[in-house]
Design a protein around this ligand. Structure first.
Ligand SMILES: Cc1cc2nc3c(=O)[nH]c(=O)nc-3n(C[C@H](O)[C@H](O)[C@H](O)COP(=O)(O)OP(=O)(O)OC[C@H]3O[C@@H](n4cnc5c(N)ncnc54)[C@H](O)[C@@H]3O)c2cc1C
Length: 438
């Protein structure tokens, strides 16, 4: 049995306080999908890696819990899969996406591609993140839970030319420092470390806010995830965002919705009320009644399209939400955090081997090459769908055309082959290659 097949997370029993001073090769801050993945790959490369997490596992993270084929790919690369069944215990799998818009409901299978698996999954973040953290520990990373990092340390505190570690504290008031030539900030959307390094959110990059809750439902055995493009306000006006229903293996549904900051309703909306009204309106079909709801409503920001740059500065690498790496087309961030983490680990390992921090520049260059054009297109997309008129035209006239929707799915889920045999892939790849990198 590998970590992926464990169904009931138990304590990692790592909640010991670190020594006041620890030296290591790389210190990783935040053990979400980005941080745990970076730590796992670095440990596999034989590096002495310390992973600091302010919470204690299993801990929740507000999320849709949806894992697209891009995430499955990262899990397969990490070896977290059940070869016999192509799925894992405690995780629901999906064969495709069901899109609801206007009068149309369309089921689209995940595309069959050489570069990506053709299945997705869903899993509560309490379980998903705990699984990845356990994997990092079993690979050799040293994890300290309940340890909050509060600042960076610098080789020259006046010149602040190079980061060389972090300071931390616990709830009991203990404090200390972890010293390392490379620091990975995977501390989420609010990224305290990014701010400490002088890196702030960019107003010219997209942002969304989303809310989610859970319902018990017999529809949890659905093998499709569902997205809804026809969100409306109390007066029936179309909103620029989308809703989702992701079935989970425990007999519940993750139900949520998000709005883009390009929407005029972005600031004035009460997301909890909107979610409650929307879910109740679907109760006949999905059993999303107040009686079936549990776990409260959580909401959070979704920073997209490299929302914080540069993503590398003076020995500090930003991974995942800390750099706003979420896909602007669909709000997916887990895979981008894990993909960036794998690259960050590779580049950090090379920099340590060559004893050259200049190597770290490759992290920024390579991620911009991979995603920069796509994120630029995503930014244009968020402006277009910020208009209710455009949303209306898309859902009314675009939705019923199946080949068009298959193209839309591939574009929005960022799933094409690098050596395409399909004209859709050629068009999507060309578009993102010619778009200037974000
Ligand atoms: C409502 C909502 C729904 C979403 N739905 C989906 C979805 O269905 N699929 C998808 O792919 N993405 C979704 N996302 C986006 C996704 O949640 C994020 O992109 C993803 O969690 C990013 O992973 P990360 O590792 O970068 O950061 P996080 O998952 O945020 O992890 C950061 C970690 O750092 C820790 N930390 C923070 N500060 C410190 C500190 N100072 N010291 C120590 N530890 C610290 C935190 O406790 C946390 O464990 C959603 C987001 C929201 C808000």
């Amino acid at each position: 049995m590998n970590a992926f097949t464990s169904t009931s997370p138990t304590s990692l029993e790592t909640a010991v306080v670190p020594p006041a001073v620890v030296d290591c090769d790389v210190v990783v801050v935040g053990a979400g999908p980005g941080g745990a993945t970076a730590a796992a790959w670095l440990a596999r490369a034989g590096r002495d890696v310390v992973l600091l997490e302010k919470e204690t596992f299993p801990r929740d993270k507000v999320c849709g819990d949806g894992l697209t084929p891009r995430v499955v790919q990262e899990l397969l690369l990490l070896g977290l899969h059940d070869e016999a069944h192509g799925r894992v215990d405690g995780w629901s799998t999906s064969t495709g996406l069901r899109i609801h818009g206007g009068d149309t409901v369309m089921e689209l299978p995940w595309p069959e591609l050489d570069d990506w698996p053709d299945w997705g999954a869903a899993c509560t973040r309490a379980q998903f993140d705990h699984t990845l953290a356990k994997l990092a520990v079993s690979d050799g990373a040293t994890l300290y839970e309940g340890v909050t990092v509060d600042d960076l340390t610098w080789r020259d505190p006046v010149a602040r030319d190079r980061v060389d570690g972090v300071t931390w504290r616990t709830a009991d008031g203990e404090t200390g420092v972890v010293r390392a030539p490379i620091v990975i900030a995977s501390d989420g959307a609010s990224s305290k470390l990014g701010i400490k390094a002088g890196l702030h959110r960019r107003d010219d990059r997209p942002l969304a806010v989303a809310a989610r809750t859970y319902y018990r439902s017999s529809r949890a055995d659905d093998d499709h995830i569902s997205s809804f493009l026809d969100l409306t306000d109390g007066d029936g006006n179309l909103l620029s965002g989308y809703g989702w229903i992701f079935p989970l293996d425990d007999g519940s549904l993750n139900v949520g919705l998000g709005l883009l900051d390009t929407s005029k309703d972005f600031r004035g909306t009460n997301y909890r009320k909107l979610l409650a009204a929307w879910a109740t309106g679907m109760a006949d079909e999905w059993e999303t009644t107040p009686d079936n709801q549990f776990g409260g409503v959580g909401s959070g920001p979704i920073p997209m399209g490299f929302n914080r740059t540069p993503i590398h500065r003076t020995g500090l690498l930003l991974v995942g939400d800390s750099a706003g790496m979420v896909n602007p087309f669909n709000g997916e961030g887990i895979s981008y955090a894990m993909e960036a983490a794998r690259l960050a680990a590779e580049v950090a390992d090379e920099a340590l081997a060559r004893k050259s921090t200049a190597v770290l520049d490759r992290y920024d260059r390579e991620l911009r090459r991979r995603w920069g054009g796509y994120y630029t297109l995503g930014k244009v997309f968020t402006h277009l769908v910020g208009s209710p008129t455009v949303m209306d035209v898309l859902t009314t006239y675009g939705m019923p055309v199946e080949p068009l929707m298959q193209w839309v799915l591939k574009t929005m889920a960022h799933l094409t082959d690098s050596r395409p045999s399909d004209v859709n892939d050629v068009i999507i790849n060309t578009m993102q290659n010619v778009a200037p990198a974000a």
